[in-house]
Write a protein that binds this ligand. Structure first.
Ligand SMILES: Nc1nc2c(c(=O)[nH]1)N[C@H]1C(S)=C(S)[C@@H](COP(=O)(O)O)O[C@H]1N2
Ligand SMILES: [Mo]
Length: 160
């Protein structure tokens, strides 16, 4: 057990609710690590672990159909079918030796390996949730506050 702050929680329809610390993330084996996200998202930087490796630890229950990504810092939420996101999600939390800073969406940010453009489906750019604090497994779609149209999208970006 470590007394470091919990950076990310897994909750809801999981066998083992988790509170994940920096040490936990650093302890994930190399096979589950994703180094240098600029290889698949040019212009973004960082290193992380696969969402799948963390889901494996939490153990989605049989009834879990959706993964809801919560950013409590700015009250932004995205809900995506489990089957779609599990092979695509990367949990980014470092840039080399340095923890991911808030300007880059840290301390923990989700990146989709191969997102579609904004507002074009479940796994779009808008699902690259910054300041990710909780991952909730739900039966049915959970909360999703992604902008529904161009105007809402422009307004969201204007606030950032
Ligand atoms: N917490 C949080 N994450 C967020 C958003 C937000 O408003 N809050 N905006 C989303 C949207 S609409 C987009 S297009 C991308 C933009 O990521 P970028 O700022 O790294 O380009 O972040 C997504 N992640
Ligand atoms: Mo977006």
């Amino acid at each position: 057990m470590s007394d470091s702050p919990v950076l990310l929680r897994f909750e809801g329809e999981v066998e083992r609710p988790l509170g994940v610390t920096l040490e936990d993330l650093d302890g994930i084996p190399e096979t589950d690590r994703v180094r240098d996200v600029s290889r698949f998202q040019p212009g973004r930087k960082g290193d992380g672990v696969t969402l799948e490796s963390l889901l494996g630890r939490a153990g989605p229950r049989l009834g879990a159909s959706h993964v809801t990504l919560h950013a409590d810092r700015d009250d932004f939420h995205v809900s995506i079918p489990l089957d779609l996101i599990r092979g695509q999600g990367v949990v980014v939390y470092r840039v080399g030796e340095t923890p991911l800073d808030v300007e880059h969406g840290g301390p923990v940010r989700l990146l989709i390996r191969d997102p579609s453009v904004c507002q074009s489906g479940e796994l779009d750019d808008c699902a690259n949730v910054k300041y990710l604090s909780r991952i909730e497994l739900t039966s049915g779609r959970g909360r999703d506050t992604r902008p529904p149209d161009d105007e809402a999208h422009r307004a969201l970006h204007a606030r950032q």
